[in-house]
Each structure stands twice: as C-alpha cells, then as structure tokens.
Write a protein that binds this ligand. Structure first.
Ligand SMILES: [Ca+2]
Length: 711
C-alpha cells in the first residue's frame, strides 16, 4: 500500500468518498476503518430528500428512490484520498450514438446550471482567457474527446487550438507529459470535473493535472504545481480524505499564491470534515439538492443534499485547522466547513460523458460536481484576489452577501439538532451550504451587477428586398459580432417566418464558427407559385448558452398581375356596346328599374310570360402572372312571385357560378362578388349573367356597375 511517505502514521484510513475511517476522530462519529482498498462500486439504495416547497416545513420531503454507486473506492488506505463522485445506477449508460436532438443525455445540462446560478455567458473583466485547473489522480485517456463531444452535444463552442479557449491541456503532477496509469473510477471524476468547467465557462481553458496516484502527497503536489502555472486562476480539488494530525503539513501545498484560489469538495459522507476541504486556505464547497421551481423568481430551489446520514454533503468543525479571520460563526473555534455550495445530490445530478470509466453518458452527483463549478465561477469573475473571504459578511450576522442564494432547508445528519448550524441549514451561514450558492459572480469577487445581456449581435444586409416569383435573391449577408469584452462563441442561425413557397440556401439551422465577427451568406429562393405579399423573415442567432439575438429581413414578393378593371362598358352607359345580350335588356330605365348609378342599367326578364335574358363578355387575362379573377356586380330584384322559388339569376365567371332566386335575391341594390381561380395558362375568362323567369308571374333582375379584376 502506498503509504504516505512524508507523513507520519495517520491514525485512520483516508476517506473514500469522504468518509472513512475515523477511529476516534472528530465529530464523535464511529466509522469503520478498513485500511485497505475495497471494491469500487458500492450500490446504495437511497431515499433521497427532495426539496421542500417554500411553504412546506424545512423538514418535509418526498421520497424519490434512486440508486447510486461511488465511482472510487470508498475506503482507500491510510494516506490516500477518494474522489467524491457518485454515479446513478438506475439510469442506463447511453452510448454517444444514442444521443440525438430528441434523445438528450439524462441529468442537468449546461443550460440548466447556467440558469440555476445566473452564470454569464462569458468571463467578465478578464483581459485574457482564464484557466481553471483540475486536480485528479491517474489518467483518463478519453478526457479530451469526451469534453469535445460534451461540448458539441450541448452546443458549446469547440476547442480553439490557436488560443486554447475551450481546450483541455493534460499534464502530470510536475507538469510533464509522461502521464500516470489509467483508472476507471478517477476517469469518471476527471470527466465530471472537466465537463463542469465547460458547462459554466465554455471559453475557459482547462488545465488537467493528473497526480501519479491518489496518495495525499501526490495530490498535494499536483495542486501546488497547478497553482504555480501561469494563467491559472482557480484550482479545483474534487477529492478528500479523513482529517489527521499530519494534514497541516500539506497546507503549504494548498495555500495558493496571490491571485489564485483553491476549491475543494467537502465530501459525500454527511456530517464530517475532510481534507483538503478542511484546510483554512481553500474554499470548502458543500452540496445541495437543486430542483426546478416554476413560477419562482429564480426558477430553481435548493436544500441541503442529504440522501442518508452516510450519503450527504460534508460539513463540520475541523479538528486541526485554524479559523480563517473572515469566519465569524460561534459554534466552532477552528475552521468550519463549508464556505459555499452548489448542486451535488445524485437525484438532481448532472449529465456527464465518461467513455473510459463508464462507457458512455451517465448521471453523476457528489460534491465533486460543486467544486469545479465554484472554481470556474471564480475564474470568470475577473477578480484579482479570488478568496473565500468574498463569500462572508464583514461581521457575524452582517448584511447578506450580494450574489448568493441562501439555503435554509435541510440537513446532512438526521440526528442533528435543528438548532445546530453545523449540520442544519438555516438563514445566513450554515455548515452544509456555507453562505449559500452563487447567483451571478458578485460573491466570487465579480462585479456587483453582472451583465447578463446577450454577448453578440446579428444584423442583415440588405434588410429589405424584393424577389419575383420563380427567382432567387442576391446573397444576404447575415452579420454576427461578439460584443466587446466577450470571447468568440459558436452561433447557430435559425430562420422563421418564411411564407409558403420560399426556402433558404443554405437550409437552417446554419452553424457559424466562433469568431469575433462573421458574415454568413443567405439566399432566399422564391418559387414560381410563392404567395404574393410582404413578409418579415426573422433570423435568430443562438449561442451555446441559449442567448439569442434576432434581425428581420423583409421580403416582398411582388404581384405582377395587372389589377385594373377589365370589363368593357361595365356600367352600361354605352348601351349595348361590348356586351352580347338578348334584346331589350340594356337601357335607360327609370322608376323601379332605375340604375344603381349613371343613366343606364340592365333589366332582365319582367315579362308576363316565361322568359330568359342574358349578358356576356369574354375577357382576356391581363398577363400570365394572374392567378385569380374577381367579378363584382350590383343587383336588385322586383318580383310578384314570392311563394315558391321558380326564377333564377346566375352570374358565371369561368367555371364558377353564383345563383340567386326570387326568394333569395335582394330587393334593394346589393353588391355581389364571384371569384374564380384561373387555370395554368388560361388566357381568357367568360363572364355571363343570366336571368330566367320560369312562368307568367313576373320577376325582374336589375344589374348595374359590374367589375372584373385580376390578381
Ligand atoms: Ca443558509
């Protein structure tokens, strides 16, 4: 067993999962010490506490059964640490090929985490792209490809090799390229850590430092090396071992130089402290159960992660570490865990692609989720003095720190007194969640108000254009640009509002590679049968964080059909000219047969005998672009035949007819309309008006002011 050479006998085994052995160590807990490595996967069926609603008692919960296993051996030997991740075993591992737009990975996605913590889409106040360092043991041979697939799956920018933005750099604990041996459990941890950095900060650089093994000495050496690297702002440590009298010997490794912050997961074993989270020089990160809460201002709600007394976030009072000056809590004279928190409950876990350790997409929980998220937010904040201090009010009970969601519900020990803040959430500071969970970057040293405005713009040139049916537009430049101060992001263009018969080239969605500015050519193809009119077409650019910006292109599809009235002598003012008519129909009639306007109209029927009158013209269609003919006319009926429908008036346009009869025709001047869709290639349209009086009882149909138009 790799005993920790530099460290004198550590009384107990180190924690796997945060726990471990504690023969008589702090907390008064009695834990089984194994002193030997144990099989990795320990299945635990658990009743998970799921969030009490705001109105419910802090203790209320519903039982949600999930099963989990620790990805690293739970009881490593003395002097070794365990990784602090738990895998859901009730959710099947899914191969990358099983993932699609409609079959997304289970577990929270980057957009969920960004929403839950109001994380801006890019670092603020940074003059260079910050680097987040991840400390783990052993080698994950698939880390680079898994991070790349994770990013592409969730629409995050790809690695930009020229700048290192979004890329993983992997080194051993002394910065060399000779990597340690592989390890499946730690590979799951490495996949989780690097993907959480990607989720929170797609542009950040990731430095993965792989310790030769999981001994405390190797991990401390890796952490010290990472903090010394140029460009590193935050170092995340998602592992722990039980506290021991020799731990302070490692503090010099975990005390970062100015301008760098160390974060450490507080543990997954409930109300107990672990190292290095217990170090006074690190930011101890606890875990919550994070759930969506529709209808609330935040949209999310959190409580302390507690699955069982042996599967919950760590917290407590250190046995060996001095109290940092900014901690003001009264129930622990030494260093108190934790400082801050983020999601860790496996029941509300995150999506991770872990090819080497698990063979595909899995859902992970544990405080290993929380530490890299917090480290990344420090890196994004732009502060030159990242520290736990910014999380604390200046005085005990002082004003709430800006930018934190106070967690007030839940506990990490079922036997914990409700008044014990070390294991019970309460308003303000408490052990399990520290001062709360981040809301933006203000509590991590960032600006008080982080702009969450969209970090890019989109415009179109030209923004208005006319395209005839059957033609394609000239290329439209869709110009996208990052707002100053933001790193380039890959964008996706979508097009909405296309009318029937109009398509785009290329077809949306259209990928725009990450760049400070980009111009994407878009062509509108207007089919010959596209609908005439003016249409606002919306082009929307979306980044990997679901920020959107839109611009409008107004497309006019002109109607080239001559819309002028085409009937000749439409009001009969020229007598019979142009009309083919039966005798004595068009005239200067007066009295009841007087015209609708002018002096002339057409009087059909009205004889003391059966009779039929008609009027007709055949009109030339004014152009091949015309699609519809529309006839209007004014009509009025005079009849003594009121009992039965015997007499008819029919207006026929092409093959469309409208028929009135002596019981339905209007007895006062009324305008009627008939429309007729032209056949393809049709060049003429006949118009016929016909009145039929069926017997000797008189009925007259009076017509005036006709009109035939095309469109
Ligand atoms: Ca609290």
């Amino acid at each position: 067993l790799a005993a920790d050479a530099g460290i004198p006998a550590i009384p107990v085994g180190v924690v796997a999962m945060g726990v471990a052995v504690f023969a008589g160590l702090s907390g008064g807990k009695s834990r089984k010490s194994s002193g030997r490595a144990v099989a990795v996967a320990i299945s635990v069926a658990t009743a998970v506490a799921v969030l009490p609603g705001a109105a419910a008692s802090a203790e209320s919960r519903y039982e949600k059964r999930v099963t989990t296993e620790f990805v690293c051996p739970r009881y490593p030997v003395v002097g070794q640490a365990t990784c602090l991740a738990e895998r859901r075993t009730d959710i099947p591992v899914r191969k990358p090929a099983e993932i699609s737009a409609t079959a997304t990975p289970s577990g929270y996605a980057p957009a969920d985490l960004r929403s839950a913590h109001n994380i801006p889409s890019a670092p603020v106040n940074n003059t260079t792209i910050p680097t987040v360092a991840i400390i783990d043991a052993y080698d994950d041979p698939d880390v680079v490809s898994d991070v790349a697939t994770y990013r592409s799956t969730f629409g995050l920018q790809a690695c930009v090799t020229s700048t290192g933005s979004g890329c993983v750099t992997k080194v051993n604990q002394s910065g060399g390229t000779s990597l340690p041996s592989t390890n499946k459990g730690w590979s799951s941890e490495i996949a989780l850590d690097t993907q959480m950095v990607s989720a929170a900060c797609p542009v950040c650089k990731i430095l993965l430092v792989e310790a030769n093994s999981n001994t405390n000495s190797n991990l401390a050496a890796a952490a010290k090396y990472a903090a010394s690297r140029s460009g590193v702002v935050a170092v995340s440590n998602s592992y722990g071992s039980s506290e021991s009298g020799s731990e302070t010997g490692y503090d010099s490794s975990y005390k970062p130089p100015a301008g760098v912050v160390m974060t450490a997961s507080s543990g997954d074993e409930g109300y107990v402290t672990e190292y290095p989270a217990a170090s006074q020089y690190v930011v101890a990160v606890g875990g919550t159960s994070l759930q969506k809460a529709a209808g609330t201002a935040r949209g999310w709600t959190e409580s302390v992660w507690w699955t069982s007394d042996k599967e919950a976030t760590g917290s407590g009072c250190s046995t060996y570490e001095a109290k940092p000056s900014w901690q003001k809590d009264s129930g622990c004279s030494r260093r108190t865990e934790d400082d801050v928190a983020a999601v860790a409950d496996p029941a509300t876990g995150v999506a991770v692609l872990d090819s080497y350790g698990s063979g595909g997409w899995i859902v992970l929980g544990g405080t290993s989720v929380a530490s890299p998220l917090i480290a990344t937010l420090y890196a994004m904040s732009g502060t030159t003095t990242p520290s736990a201090q910014s999380l604390y009010p200046a005085t005990a009970g002082g004003p709430t720190v800006l930018g934190l969601n106070d967690v007030t519900a839940g506990y990490n020990s079922s036997t914990c007194a409700t008044t014990n803040y070390l294991c019970h959430a309460e308003a303000g500071y408490d052990g399990p969640t520290g001062n709360g969970t981040p809301w933006g970057l203000a509590a991590l040293g960032g600006p008080a108000s982080t702009s969450t405005s969209v970090p890019f713009t989109v415009s179109a040139s030209p923004s208005t254009l006319t395209v005839a049916p059957g033609a394609a537009s000239s290329p439209i430049a869709i110009n996208t640009a990052m707002v100053a101060g933001n790193n380039p992001e890959a964008l996706t263009l979508n097009v909405a509002g296309l009318p029937s018969g109009v398509t785009t080239s290329p077809v949306a969605p259209i990928a725009v590679p990450a760049a400070a500015t980009a111009s994407t050519s878009l062509t509108l193809n207007v089919a010959s049968d596209a609908a005439y009119g003016s249409y606002p077409i919306t082009v929307t650019a979306t980044d990997g964080s679901n920020n959107t910006a839109s611009t409008t292109v107004t497309l006019s599809v002109p109607n080239p059909c001559n819309g002028a009235q085409q009937l000749a002598n439409p009001g009969f003012e020229s007598g019979n000219t142009n009309w083919t008519t039966t005798p004595d129909v068009i005239g200067e009639w007066t009295g009841a047969q007087a015209p609708h306007s002018g002096s002339w109209d057409a009087w059909m029927d009205g004889y003391n005998a059966k009779h039929t009158d008609s009027l007709s013209q055949t009109i030339t269609v004014p152009g091949a672009a015309c699609r519809t003919a529309t006839l209007t006319y004014w009509v009025k009926m005079i009849t003594t035949q009121t009992r039965t429908a015997t007499d008819t008036f029919t207006a026929t346009l092409g093959t469309t007819s409208q028929t009135l009869n002596n019981t339905t025709a209007p007895t006062a001047w009324t305008q009627e309309t008939v429309t007729y869709p032209l056949a393809s290639g049709q060049t003429t349209v006949p118009v016929t008006l016909t009145g039929v009086q069926a017997g000797s009882t008189t009925t007259s149909f009076i017509v005036d002011d006709t009109s035939l138009t095309f469109s």
